[in-house]
Design a binder for this molecule. Structure first.
Ligand SMILES: Nc1ncnc2c1ncn2[C@@H]1O[C@H](COP(=O)(O)OP(=O)(O)OP(=O)(O)O)[C@@H](O)[C@H]1O
Length: 868
């Protein structure tokens, strides 16, 4: 930008001053009808938006320039923000017509990924949370806010809890202290869009001050968060950051709630990920959320998302939810009635937030009014039922009649999306407005009269009256009739085919019409703003309506699922038994090809007789599916949903832990054997009698013996724990672990059955008592289409290894033997380069860490080399 201030134009001077205030942000600078960008911003903008980059002399500088019309702001803004830009929108703060000097400009909003509310930027079905993280000596504080919905939460705890919350809330932006970048990255990695802030704002005094001021209170006691010292600092930072980004109309953030660790079932981060609850490493994979989401409103979908990652663990609220679902299932007509009206409510939560932000357009306000009518319908339906939950809901729903009637009276029936388009305020509300509208309309009629009269008088049948911004209303005459134009008309413009004239009479009417239209616009803006202010006084009751209907929406969704997917009501109690009959995996059963049937399974666990089940079985037989479906059934039940089973009876579960052997999630790039062991240690320190543990091929990231030893030790530990007997499902390839059952009374062996028929394996997918003798990896390799020759060689090697093992030889010696056999076959002529390559490959193999599948792959590689 211009360095020599003396040569700077006043416009660029203004630009540079404003730009300097928003470091790191891309500045959209309003000039007339355009938003312009300059210099490096222009280069970036043109690249992201694919718009033309030009060069223009600005003062002493020959700067790059890229711009777009102001009415395209919404579209372009979303593209810039999605591309990870922070965008400062600089507007003209006064009407250019009213000033002779340079127009006053200022940034009216700084849009960042976590601080956005535009429909184009947000996804309907998910929240858009901004998070702030604060590191104290003893713990970590976190706060989440979504300015598009008005939610504001706070929590504090250890790194694992905060990480779990971050994973569940999936904030689109996280702010933290600049000096703690290292700690942040170490604990939470680089999976978030982050923005470090200066350290000074991270103090308890400042946080309390800013929060008290925002909520107009003297203490945060009323919200029950005053004891969360670290969390409060984070919450203060959220408000601070919203202020910094020029978001000052935050009335809709009307309360702050504490995320109480004790109220929800604990799902460790691996469980959230491994069970693919709301997202999956594979983008196209179906998640539990995808299967369950049959909600009718975006706010219902967002609530479902929260219920999935935060299942309850108190019996009463769970049973209340289940009771409503059961009631709905039994009253399908009523359900249809509710759905009809709930669908009409739309995204009331985001609509009312826009009122708070003072960014609510007339059409949206009209939608809000319609939603209030639907709320009344829902209230009446609920009132007429005999279900206590619904009756209570009916009591709480408030159609806000006075504000609804006001909107009905003062807003046009079908107003435009934008206020500037006019015709927003209804007729009959303001006398002056009505009068001016009559003038404007009458003036237009009169113009038609003039046109008719002049056409007759001059004999120009094609005479036209039109309007443009340069010289207002004019008469247009084609060249054919040029000679007939009276002498007192003033020519203003000559076109290829026609000429344009004005007359004193035309100008007189023009003044009247345009004057009226200007005034109309001013009155409409004033009245509309007043209307929005009045609605803003109802933010709290409307937010409550939104919250209650979102809940009802989710419960209706559960009822629909129960019917369409044949889910049953789980029976929950305070026992320590988990008894699932005919359980199914809700996602896999949806993914099955038509005609295929999901094989159901029973799982029984308790604290006295069958605490740990070791599940062995071939690859691909369905071990993981059984583990996961058990957890999902428990989780769905504690969300208040019916479950995919014939019957499910279980005592409340407080925590679900999952560990998957390293090689299963190697693709995520972070799960090494070390991580696996660290995380397992954290499980072992947090278990209780009510915990459910899923261990899936734990220990397979290391050599066979290490793996077996670790898996063995873990099973033993869980069995002999002095204070807790967590229920555990342990899937493993190591059939050696079946030995455990002989000495530990609460460990039982099961296997997922298969049938071997003429050298083929048929998966029966049934969990049956008893261990299994061997793995079936080679059969899977065969199924996967590996060459028959390779398969038969693999079988040969396997047989040899098995014989040697029963004879007490080590795997290492035995593999050496197999290799030697290969040498003895004189396969390798010394100077053949391919064979030399193969020999080296074999020499470099570390058989200690080689899994059977890896061995097969190596063999396949060798075979291909030979074929070449
Ligand atoms: N009960 C079932 N009914 C129908 N299909 C099933 C069932 N269980 C599993 N499957 C199918 O089999 C596939 C493999 O199941 P799963 O991943 O549970 O096997 P696994 O024994 O854990 O295998 P590996 O040991 O290789 O990890 C699943 O993706 C699913 O398509």
């Amino acid at each position: 930008m211009a360095k020599d201030k003396t040569k700077e134009t006043p416009l660029m001077g203004q630009y540079n001053t404003i730009k300097a205030k928003y470091p790191g942000a891309l500045l959209l600078f309003r000039v007339g009808d355009f938003y312009e960008t300059f210099g490096a911003d222009a280069i970036k903008t043109s690249q992201i938006l694919g718009i033309t980059l030009t060069r223009r002399a600005n003062g002493s500088d020959n700067s790059e320039l890229a711009g777009f019309p102001h009415h395209s702001l919404d579209t372009y803004l979303s593209k810039l923000v999605r591309a990870g830009q922070r965008v400062a929108i600089c507007d003209q703060l006064e009407d250019p017509k009213t000033t002779k000097t340079i127009v006053k400009r200022g940034v009216t909003e700084l849009v960042t990924p976590g601080v956005a509310y535009g429909d184009n930027i947000l996804s309907q079905k998910s929240n858009n949370y901004l998070a702030a993280v604060y590191f104290d000596k003893s713990n970590i504080g976190v706060s989440f806010a979504d300015i598009s919905t008005g939610e504001f939460h706070v929590a504090q705890g250890n790194a694992e809890y905060i990480d779990k919350l971050l994973l569940g809330f999936k904030p689109t932006e996280v702010v933290f202290q600049k000096s703690k970048r290292h700690e942040f990255m170490e604990l939470f990695g680089d999976k978030f869009y982050t923005y470090p802030l200066d350290d000074w704002a991270f103090t308890s005094d400042y946080a309390n001050e800013i929060l008290n001021k925002h909520f107009e209170v003297t203490s945060l006691k009323g919200f029950g968060v005053d004891k969360l010292q670290t969390g409060i600092v984070a919450a203060g930072i959220v408000l601070h950051y919203l202020n910094e980004t020029e978001h000052r109309n935050l009335k809709h953030i009307s309360s702050i709630s504490r995320l109480e660790e004790d109220n929800y079932m604990w799902l460790d981060r691996f469980t959230v990920r491994n069970l693919e609850l709301v997202s999956s490493a594979n983008e196209n994979a179906m998640t539990l959320f995808n299967v369950l989401d049959q909600t009718s409103t975006p706010m219902g979908a967002r609530m479902l998302h929260k219920w999935i990652v935060m299942p309850l663990k108190e019996l009463k609220p769970i049973q209340e939810r289940l009771g409503v679902v059961e009631f709905m299932v039994g009253h399908e007509e009523l359900m249809a009635d509710f759905l009809l009206h709930i669908k009409q409510i739309g995204d009331l939560e985001r609509l009312i937030s826009k009122v708070g932000l003072q960014r609510c357009g007339p059409r949206e306000l009209c939608q809000l009014k319609k939603s209030l009518y639907s709320i009344e319908e829902v209230k009446n339906i609920a009132l007429n039922t005999n279900n206590p939950y619904l009756k209570q809901l009916a009591d709480q729903l408030d159609p806000c009649l006075s504000i609804r009637d006001l909107l009905e009276r003062e807003l046009q029936k079908d107003p435009p999306a934008l206020l500037v388009k006019g015709n927003v305020i209804a007729d009959g509300v303001d006398e002056e407005l009505d009068k001016l509208r009559a003038i404007s309309l009458g003036g237009k009629d009169f113009l038609v009269e003039i046109q008719k009269r002049e056409a007759a008088k001059t004999g120009i049948p094609s005479l036209k009256i039109s309007f443009n911004n340069v010289f207002g209303y004019y008469l247009e005459v084609t060249h054919t009739h040029k000679d007939k134009v009276p002498a007192d008309w003033t020519r203003k413009q000559t076109l290829v085919n026609a000429e344009r004239y004005i007359t004193p009479e035309l100008k007189e009417y023009e003044e009247q019409i345009l004057g009226a239209e200007d005034k109309i616009q001013m009155i409409e803006v004033r009245m509309y703003e007043a209307l929005v202010k009045q609605v803003a006084a109802y933010i709290r009751p409307i937010q409550l309506n939104a919250y209650l209907t979102a809940q009802l929406d989710v419960l209706l969704c559960f009822a629909q699922l129960a019917i369409s997917n044949h889910y049953v009501k789980p029976e929950l109690d305070r026992s320590k038994i988990l008894d699932i009959k005919g359980g199914r995996h809700p996602v896999i059963e949806k993914r099955l090809a038509t005609g295929d049937e999901y094989i159901t399974n029973d799982v029984y666990l308790d604290n006295d007789t069958q605490q740990i089940i070791i599940i062995t079985g071939p690859n691909m037989s369905g071990k993981s599916a059984i583990l996961r479906q058990t957890a999902l059934i428990v989780l769905m039940g504690q969300m208040g949903s019916f479950v995919p089973a014939k019957a499910a009876n279980f005592g409340l579960v407080d925590k679900i832990f999952t560990r998957v052997g390293a090689s299963d999630n190697l693709s995520s790039g972070e799960s090494t054997f070390m991580v696996e062991m660290n995380e397992t240690a954290s499980i072992l320190n947090n278990i209780s009698d009510r915990s459910l543990i899923l261990l899936d091929e734990i220990g397979r990231g290391t050599s066979t013996y290490d793996g077996i030893s670790i898996a063995w030790a873990i099973a033993e530990f869980l069995h002999t724990h002095p204070t807790a007997r967590p229920k555990t499902l342990f899937a493993t390839h190591y059939h050696e672990l079946n030995e455990l059952a002989s000495t530990m009374p609460r460990i039982r062996n099961f296997n997922v059955s298969v049938k071997e028929m003429s050298n083929k394996v048929i998966f029966l997918r049934k969990l049956v008592p008893g261990g299994s003798e061997h793995s079936f990896g080679i059969h899977v390799a065969k199924m996967a289409g590996m060459p028959p020759k390779l398969i038969s060689r693999a079988n040969e090697i396997l047989k040899k290894l098995e014989i040697d093992r029963t004879e007490g030889q080590s795997i290492k010696d035995s593999i050496k033997k197999v290799q030697n056999q290969a040498y003895q076959l004189h396969m390798f002529a010394v100077d053949d380069p391919v064979l030399v390559q193969i020999r080296d490959m074999l020499n470099n193999l570390d058989v200690n860490v080689l899994t059977p599948v890896e061995a097969l792959l190596k063999l396949d590689e060798i075979q291909r080399l030979i074929k070449q």
